[in-house]
Design a protein around this ligand. Structure first.
Ligand SMILES: [Zn+2]
Length: 73
C-alpha cells in the first residue's frame, strides 16, 4: 500500500495509514484516485489547490502531541 491516497475529484490528499470511513476515499480502480508514495509529489499537489484531509492529518497531530506529553527516554 502506498503512503498517500489522492482524490483528484475533491482535490484531497489522504494518509493511507490513517484513512477512516469519513474520508470517503474512492475505490482502487477509480479514475479519480491516485496512490502516491513520494512526499515531494504531495508537496507539488498542495502547492496547487489540493488540501490535506483533516481526518487523516489531524490524527497525526494529535498523536504527536500525545507523544510529546508522554515522552520517555
Ligand atoms: Zn482522510
Amino acid at each position: 500500500m502506498s503512503k498517500y491516497i489522492v482524490n483528484h475529484d475533491q482535490k484531497v490528499i489522504h494518509r493511507s495509514s490513517y484513512v477512516c470511513d469519513e474520508c470517503n476515499i474512492p475505490p482502487y480502480e477509480h479514475q479519480m484516485r491516485e496512490d502516491i508514495e513520494e512526499d515531494k509529489l504531495i508537496h507539488q499537489l498542495t502547492d496547487l489547490t489540493y488540501i490535506k484531509c483533516t481526518n487523516c492529518f489531524e490524527l497525526i497531530l494529535l498523536s504527536q502531541k500525545h507523544d510529546d506529553s508522554d515522552k520517555r527516554i
